[in-house]
Design a protein around this ligand. Sequence first.
Ligand code: NAP
Ligand code: SF4
Length: 660
Amino acid sequence: MPYPHLLAPIDLGPFTLPNRVIMGSMHTNLEEAGMAAVPALAAFYATRARQGCGLVVTGGYAPNVEGRMKAGPGYLIDDHQLAEHRPVTDAVHAAGGRILLQILHSGRYGMHGDIVGPSPIRAPIGRSAPRELDDAGIRRTIADYRRCAQLACAAGYDGCEIMGSEGYLLSQFAAPRTNQRSDEWGGPLENRIRLAVEVVRAVREVLGPQRLLMYRHSLLDLVDGGLPWDETVAMAQAVAAAGADVLSTGVGWHESPVPTVQQCVPDALFADTAGRLARALQIPLAVTNRINHPQLAEALLARGDGSLAMLARPFLADPGFVRHASEGHEERLVPCIACNQACLDHYFTGEAVSCMVNPVAGRELDFVPSVAAQRKRVAVVGAGPAGLAAALAAAERGHAVVLFEQQTEVGGQFLLAGRIPGKQDYPRVAAAYEARLIDAGGELRTGTRVDAALLRREGFDEIVVACGVRPRWPDIPGIDLPIVVGYDELLAGRATAGTRVAIIGAGGIGHDVAAFLLHDGGTPSLSAYLTRWQAGGGSPAAERRLWMLKRSAGPFGKTLGKTTGWVLRRELADAGVVQLDGVAYLRITADGLHYRHAGEDQMLRVDTIVCCAGQESENALATEMADDGLPLHCIGGAARAGELDAKRAFEEGLRVGLAL
Ligand code: NAP
Ligand code: SF4
């Protein structure tokens, strides 16, 4: 059997799971949308269950109004809400899976006007201090957990996960950082964890022996005043003794200075620590965080870092994680690349959560594939994200698709991105699309430069132009001197950079190129990683000196992702990158860049100037074929380079592929 550990059944007490892969809790923003969003939520979970995920966990539902994350619904406190949950549990059960309701009390992290906590201490990422819960309030909160669990049973859930990590209410009570009480709910560890233990007892009583109780425990708080290791272990043991069947793990409070879900986090960085905790427990533990491949999950379980693997974002990127593994077709698995662009960033901007590399996620009912009424010959020109998505969607619907790519490999900008530190999985996304395309009967012709004559000769019914972009080469005197290199040449290894480098342009690519030039090529150990981030130094002192320049005035990195930009900004700041805004480029000479800044002409002496000045559309083919009368679809960067964005490219490709 492939993956003898990962795919082995496991008896958790209340029931046996068919394999050891759990889909972890992710808030989708559909939870707040009422009855109208219930079919979408049901389809989202059922799609994962149908493809072999034995246990899914919902996004967090608050046990009471104070515990909500945001204003609006998002809690389970009343019988009348059961109608919103029943279709979800029914759909998962019909798909052969099981589902837990996550109960999450946000405590001082709530983004509304009535937040509560153990002590009135404002979170560094919060707007106001919470109201301190008094003894009666704490006991009422425990009762609210109990009622929430009762409602979960009535709604058909197979159990509950209690959110006890990431700095939410139960963490806030456990840690001296946020709990300064002197009553029986504060002080010594036994008092600080009393709330968590009482909540587990109450929920256990409600769930009985037939339903599962999973507790999400904070493996590492990663904040000053968080739990030391011995207390982390003692708390886990207490929660287990109070009645938890399984311990899942979370890493880092949301206010932690240490990135835990960004691309700079090495694969399975925290798995060793999970293993230490697992060995101190009598109940199974689910290991989490940056586990993107079945091979990696298998290795972690084999060495005892957990009895189960809990993956969240990988199930957005590909609902078939378990299916591909059990079919022995890992090459078809689209990995999560930790970009956060369509998941966490959407959550915080209030958009429905989806996935950049799988725009169907969370919108399964909007993108129902249908068999094409008429099989057409379809040419897709360009195998970057847009072209790959279009070709795959069309081929899966039964069209005869030929995907042309002038490079020898598919991926386009994703191939270049694969050279950026932390983005090594980008080319794997492209490779997975390619594998699926071939499986769906599509034809791939790499190393082929397409012109109109070729397309006319082969007689296609539909043509999709997805030729992507070419780097913009700004009109600066001296731009053609050898000192200037394009970001594409640099990343592709066709050019090198010296020790003093200027970067023209400070969009996403300018920032990425800076990170590329600073990276030492190594993967840090956990202790080196923590030391670096906790000490406030995101990057080790760099030998290379970098200057980033842009013409517009204002801060750098404003276009970077909401949940990822801060990491990159800090890495560059810590490495001493000099950032100059509001510059006018005057000329380039063999020894550097001449520019005007704050009314004064300056000369920056550098060995290399990397041009990251945006993109222009590569759409000559579309122009050439415009008069042919053939159905022509221009998508992705070829259509609009200005807003080039892989999220848009994947979605445009999918939409075209489904519409042909
Ligand atoms: P971009 O974000 O549009 O940035 C282009 C940069 O070039 C700007 O800083 C602009 O600054 C400068 N520029 C534009 N025209 C110029 C000219 N004629 N002469 C000199 N400078 C010029 O484009 P990009 O960096 O190529 O990124 C492309 C897309 O990929 C974007 O949508 C980006 O968000 C996305 N991306 C994101 C990330 C990430 O989030 N980490 C990474 C890679 C790519 P001034 O006009 O102020 O000079
Ligand atoms: Fe992963 Fe990016 Fe998809 Fe989020 S949007 S699930 S981080 S690939």
